[in-house]
Design a protein around this ligand. Structure first.
Ligand code: NOJ
Length: 740
């Protein structure tokens, strides 16, 4: 459609029809035999059947057949026949599931993130999704928060920017209407990752400097790269919930960042401003949200039931409504839905794509890049295939390895570690025992009871626990090496999965402690969605492989690394704490007046744990051995319009080819406002042949030195800067240069 035709269409619409475009509901209702909004999924929304045929978009209905059915039903009764827009949460995969976003980021490789994203969306796109609620670019520092698993950039704003760009490009391509592309919805705007105490949905209160310096850059990058939509976050920002925050949405998002696309609220977030105590009722919530600039109301009924009244009373100018509606029409038009309301769906192609062996191969390859080797004492890994192993642990023969965003997954495709190990080593060489549950009954029920039922009961729990343990000890005795697969329950990370204690459960620790007494080598494979406290685990194991929730091809990818077919190259994007009480912990923290440099009393430190993290940001081992030396800088001075280069030699001092992520950090030594101890400013992931030495070079520009000054101006200040280049945030070579 031409722009003028959209304007004509808008003019033809009644106020109710316009408001409808700003309402999003789940689509199950259209699939019911007797369509009725007074029962079923939409009961609480108080929508009339008439309003239902005016809504603009649908949440989480995917699949060609379903989409065709819903769209047909809707269009058959809608007056103006404006097609529905289908939006969904394809977070780390549709049928084929890739590693959780936090893991994908640990590849430190935009190519890996691109391919995971592209295949996921090719599958979901073929099944009719037009808008995807991803990427999640919230900066995260506190692993008590269950949603750190969704963060693509972890604790670093630079990584957040790089991967935001990659993901937007993968989703949208050059033209979102083309096969294999969808519109991206960046979330959650803004600073959701900073919820106090790591408790989900909690308050965020932060200085503007902090917000701009750390949190805003990744959203900004997504917008600059053309993201079509943005989702508001559940939290307050400095006293005002994001979904009604005029400063955030009108000043920062629209004016400053120039965002032209659609703003959608998170699920019922507008209505929740009543619980926040900033709206006295639904009508006021609707007023505040639309005036703040939220275009679409996801799953609360406040726009559907109150906007009309607000417009009739003259409180909300119709022009504001028109602007929002126009944005929705523009996106529908860009997606080509007016010409073809079914988008790219094609049942035949869908079947073909979703069955594709190619997607599984791609998943296996990319997943191996996201695993992080945290420990490898005496080079226990890689294992040989002709040895006898005892595979023990609740993740040894378990398919619940997709993470919590796997609502559309095809579970029949998942293989377990046991199956894969047996295929590779022969059944004789793999002894298996479950060893323990992930959680004891009481712990799992604490989680499940909040789901409203379905709690479990284990007969003779203690006896069973001891039995499992004995079986594990028995097989451990017969093997050369123990592979112990333990971790978090998949229901322990994700939305509403905050934890006040981020250790491995007692029951699994008990298992490890008992196995450690057998004097065998132990390789621990860790499944989890967040950095955990690993001190106890690490001390008792010889090798530790962080595999996160690795997705459909997880077991194969893990075996590829364990048997050395793939040399691990992932590095952490979040610091692992020494103890839960150390959260939030992040490498790029500000300098204090009393840094903990040596063992003195009046320093900024904890008495009972070291000050640094247990595993630092950027850390991860390889089967190769990389050495860094000979850091050189092209000039010790940089001026406003020049750049300098800094280079370092990196040598793979081993007989194995492998990849290394060379990391560049900068510290501003003296500035008008306090600066972080270091900030990531660049990285290069390179392959090195055995014994190969390469010179890795980075360009330093003045832009990389800019920050939010004392007067909140974004600028670089003259003076000295330190450069660090190394394998992680705590090791490497350093030198100094000056901005003159
Ligand atoms: C709530 C979550 O916060 C958000 O990330 C998700 O996209 C929406 N629900 C829709 O499912």
């Amino acid at each position: 459609m031409k722009k003028e035709e959209l304007v004509d269409l808008l003019q033809e619409m009644t106020i109710e029809e316009k408001i409808g475009q700003l309402v999003q509901v789940t689509g199950e209702v259209f699939l019911m035999d007797n369509i009725d909004t007074t029962t079923g999924p939409l009961k609480d929304l108080n929508l009339s059947n008439k309003t239902l045929y005016q809504v603009g978009s649908i949440l989480n209905i995917v699949g060609s057949e379903k989409i065709r059915k819903v769209q047909d039903e809707y269009l058959s009764k809608s007056r103006l026949k404006i097609p529905l827009l289908f939006m969904a949460d394809i977070i780390n995969g549709y049928r084929t599931v890739f590693p959780i976003p936090l893991a994908q980021g640990c590849s430190w490789d935009p190519n890996v993130v691109y391919h995971c994203t592209k295949v996921s969306i090719k599958e979901a796109g073929s099944a009719g999704a037009s808008v995807n609620f991803s990427p999640m670019v919230d900066l995260v520092r506190d692993s008590r928060w269950g949603r750190v698993m969704e963060s693509i950039g972890g604790e670093d704003p630079y990584l957040g920017q790089v991967f935001a760009k990659t993901m937007i490009q993968a989703y949208q391509g050059e033209d979102i209407s083309k096969l294999g592309n969808v519109a991206a919805c960046v979330k959650h705007f803004a600073a959701y990752g900073a919820v106090e105490g790591g408790r989900d949905y909690n308050t965020v209160d932060m200085s503007e400097r902090e917000f701009r310096q750390y949190y805003l850059p990744a959203y900004k990058s997504a917008i600059e790269n053309g993201a079509e939509m943005i989702m508001t976050s559940f939290n307050t920002i400095n006293g005002v919930p994001a979904s009604v925050n005029q400063w955030l949405l009108r000043e920062v998002l629209r004016k400053e960042l120039g965002f032209k696309g659609i703003v959608i609220s998170d699920y019922s977030a507008i209505e929740e401003t009543i619980a926040h105590g900033v709206s006295k009722d639904k009508k006021q919530a609707a007023y505040r949200a639309i005036m703040a600039g939220v275009d679409i109301d996801m799953m609360s009924n406040v726009y559907a039931n109150h906007l009309k009244e607000l417009i009739d009373e003259g409180k909300v100018p119709e022009e504001i409504l028109n602007q929002s509606v126009m944005r929705v029409l523009i996106l529908k038009n860009k997606l080509g839905l007016f010409e073809n309301p079914y988008g790219n769906i094609d049942e035949e192609r869908e079947k073909r794509i979703l069955k594709s062996e190619e997607n599984l191969q791609e998943a296996r390859k990319q997943t191996a890049e996201t695993l992080v080797l945290l420990k490898n004492e005496k080079e226990v890994l890689p294992l040989k295939k002709n040895q006898k192993i005892a595979l023990i642990g609740p993740y040894g023969d378990n398919i619940a390895i997709l993470g919590s965003w796997s609502i559309f997954s095809d579970k029949s495709k998942i293989q377990t570690l046991k199956e894969v190990f047996e295929k590779r080593m022969g059944t004789k060489n793999v002894l298996y025992a479950k060893g323990s549950e992930i959680l004891r009954e009481k712990e799992i029920n604490q989680i499940l009871s909040a789901d409203g039922g379905n709690i479990i009961h284990v007969e003779n729990e203690e006896e069973k626990e001891n039995e499992y343990l004995q079986q594990a000890i028995e097989i451990a005795k017969q093997a050369d090496t123990i592979v112990l697969a333990i971790g978090e329950h998949y229901r322990q990370s994700g939305e509403a999965c905050s934890r006040a204690n981020i250790e491995i459960s007692e029951i699994q620790k008990r298992l490890l402690n008992e196995l450690a007494k057998q004097n065998k080598k132990i390789v621990t494979v860790l499944f989890n969605g967040r950095p955990l406290v690993l001190k106890d685990i690490s001390e008792k194991t010889d090798a530790l492989l962080e595999v996160w929730f690795p997705g459909t091809e997880g077991a194969n990818a893990i075996a590829d690394v364990i048997f050395g077919e793939v040399n691990p190259s992932g590095k952490l994007t979040m610091s692992f704490p020494q103890a839960t009480g150390q959260c939030p912990i992040y490498y790029n923290h500000y300098q204090t007046g009393r840094p903990h440099i040596s063992n003195i009393r009046f320093a900024s430190r904890y008495q009972d744990i070291p000050t640094q993290s247990f595993y630092p940001f950027g850390y991860g081992l390889s089967y190769s051995k990389f050495e860094y030396f000979d850091l050189k800088i092209s000039s010790p001075k940089i001026t406003e319009n020049s750049f300098i280069t800094v280079s370092i030699k990196v040598k793979n001092n081993s007989n194995r080819g492998g990849k290394e992520v060379v990391q560049l950090y900068i510290q501003d030594l003296v500035a008008s406002s306090v600066r972080p101890v270091k900030e990531l400013k660049g990285f290069k992931k390179e392959y090195f042949e055995a014994y190969e030495e390469k010179t890795i070079t980075f360009e330093i520009t003045v832009d990389m030195l800019k920050f939010w000054s004392e007067k909140l101006q974004y600028q670089a200040e003259k003076g000295e800067f330190k450069i660090f280049i190394g394998p992680n945030a705590e090791e490497g070579e350093e030198t100094i240069f000056e901005l003159v």
